[in-house]
Design a protein. Structure first.
Length: 262
């Protein structure tokens, strides 16, 4: 799936690994995402747009919140993992180029989507225009430039793995530090009351955020091989992350919220 000529989104929702990807994302990041969404006051009657809905867990959370009179539109380049539900409409949609209604939504949310899109600032402008006056935009995005290993065996291998992952994502058009600049970009796009909250965790082998990285060793295996890793390296880095002594600081996960002026 291509969003701009020459750039391909690295994770494929048709992959046999994508159910696991969406399970890991929901387990690791739904708690901070939904806590920040709840702070907007989202409730019955709101019209919401969930962009790049992935496995659909946040779209379902929103549909429950806005019931019985509200509505949620969940879109994705490939929405095959989003279950239909009362109050929830699912649509195949490329946010970089398919039409979006103007001034339609009380709340728009996108998690770990704009990070992957080379034309993210143009997408941000489109999302701002799709908000009603007074409507909220929340972007949840990583800064993967920080995330040191803290304890355990073969930490240089883990750090080399993180570097290769950052490089292969950037080669596909992602911006690994987007989380840190999303707030300033939202202000520049005309939103007000913009607040960016960074979240970091200590990861061990039981952490859902770390399980997402383990999953990447499978889902992105071919790309790791193209970036200098071998299958043996991938097996060894999985063993590092499964070690009881392993500890790492997570990457930084930003929840960023702002409002279209009323
Ligand atoms: C990293 S996943 C995140 C999924 C979900 N937002 C979450 O955080 O659990 C990124 C999602 O964005 C979708 N996506 C990528 N490019 C897109 C585009 N141009 N338009 C709409 N969705 C897109 C992908 O198909 C994928 O489901």
């Amino acid at each position: 799936m291509t969003s701009l000529a020459g750039h391909r989104y690295v994770f494929d929702n048709d992959s046999t690994h994508s159910d696991e990807q969406h399970r890991c994302l929901a387990a690791a990041y739904d708690p901070p995402t939904t806590a920040a969404l709840a702070a907007t006051g989202v409730g019955p009657g709101w019209r919401c747009l969930e962009v790049g809905a992935g496995g659909g867990s946040v779209a379902h959370w929103l549909a429950d919140r806005v019931a019985p009179t509200g509505a949620v539109l969940a879109t994705d380049l490939n929405p095959r993992h989003v279950r239909a539900a009362p109050g929830l409409t699912v649509a195949r949609h490329d946010v970089t180029r398919d039409p979006l209604p103007e001034a339609e939504f009380d709340l728009i949310h996108a998690r770990l989507v704009l990070l992957h899109l080379p034309d993210r600032l143009a997408v941000l402008d489109r999302l701002v225009r799709a908000l009603k006056p007074g409507g909220w935009l929340q972007l949840d995005e990583f800064d993967i430039s920080y995330g040191p290993a803290l304890a355990g065996p073969d930490l240089p291998l883990y750090e080399r793995f993180l570097t290769a992952k950052a490089e292969l994502m950037e080669a596909a058009g992602a911006l690994g530090t987007w989380g840190r600049s999303a707030g300033a970009a939202m202000t520049a796009a005309g939103l007000e009351a913009v607040e960016a909250s960074p979240h970091v965790w200590t990861w061990d082998r039981n952490s859902p955020g770390l399980h997402l990285l383990v999953h990447h060793t499978h889902h992105l295996r071919d790309k790791f091989l193209a970036f200098g890793f071998t299958d043996d390296d991938l097996t060894r880095v999985r063993a590092v992350m499964a070690d009881p002594a392993f500890r790492a600081c997570s990457c930084v996960f930003y929840t960023v919220r702002g409002r279209r002026p009323a």
